[in-house]
Design a protein around this ligand. Structure first.
Ligand SMILES: N[C@@H](CCC(=O)N[C@@H](CS)C(=O)NCC(=O)O)C(=O)O
Length: 216
């Protein structure tokens, strides 16, 4: 018997795609959420994590009595997607799924400047500057890459004929951008149709509906 514990902060962020994979597949897991604002608790807990950051996935096999901890959100997402059948159907699809995740991570470097500025209560002018000079140029490159894939897609998914964890990750990030006012459905019809398709997956819908729009 395998027991999963996913540890992340009490926000959507980098832990969300893994939570979604558990909900999608109906796999029981412990969803441990560290309060984002409890700095004292986090400072203590941080010491016990493999790389000093979250998310972390703990996997306990009660038969062999082994326990492992996996850090890094993409490693966790990829591991769960492989286990549950959402990592791509062939090695080539798997490579493209990884490429989409890498593209998302590249974009995240810019988005992170915005989230840090909001969290540290920077001035409106500074936040606008980050959006104009950093996030919007990176978003243009990111959206163009996604749109290219979707224009070629016959299934409506980013890669191949089936849902992969790359679809979940990108749709989740679109939700975040929507929360920031940086993804406006009427301006992005192709991405908007994709976002709706993923948001309406029957096995995930009630979970997704329960989640906040903002990732902070
Ligand atoms: N590359 C890592 C980044 C992880 C990361 O930045 N985690 C943040 C939360 S989103 C964190 O643990 N922040 C607290 C800290 O660094 O002390 C991943 O993808 O998991």
């Amino acid at each position: 018997m395998i027991q999963y514990k996913l540890i992340y902060f009490d926000v959507r962020g980098l832990g969300e795609v893994s939570r979604q994979l558990f909900h999608l597949t109906g796999t029981p897991f412990e969803d441990i959420r560290i309060p984002r604002n409890d700095e004292k608790l986090w400072k203590e807990f941080k010491k016990s994590t493999p790389f000093g950051q979250l998310p972390v996935l703990k996997i306990k096999d009660s038969i062999s009595e082994t326990e492992i901890e996996i850090p890094q959100s993409s490693a966790i997402g990829r591991y769960l997607a492989k286990k549950f059948g959402y990592s791509g159907q062939t090695p080539e699809e798997e490579a493209m799924v990884d490429a989409v995740i890498d593209q998302f991570k590249d974009f995240l470097v810019s988005q992170k400047q915005l989230t840090l500025a909001i969290r540290s209560k920077k001035s409106e002018d500074e936040i606008k500057r980050i959006i104009d000079d950093v996030v919007n140029p990176a978003k243009k490159i990111y959206f163009e890459a996604l749109i290219k894939l979707l224009e070629k897609s016959l299934s409506g998914y980013l890669i191949g004929d089936n849902l992969t964890w790359a679809d979940l990750q990108i749709a989740d990030n679109l939700t975040t951008l929507k929360g920031f006012g940086l993804f406006v459905s009427s301006e992005e019809p192709i991405l908007s149709a994709f976002h709706q398709k993923i948001m309406n997956i029957p096995e995930l819908r009630s979970y997704l509906d329960s989640r906040p729009l903002t990732m902070l």
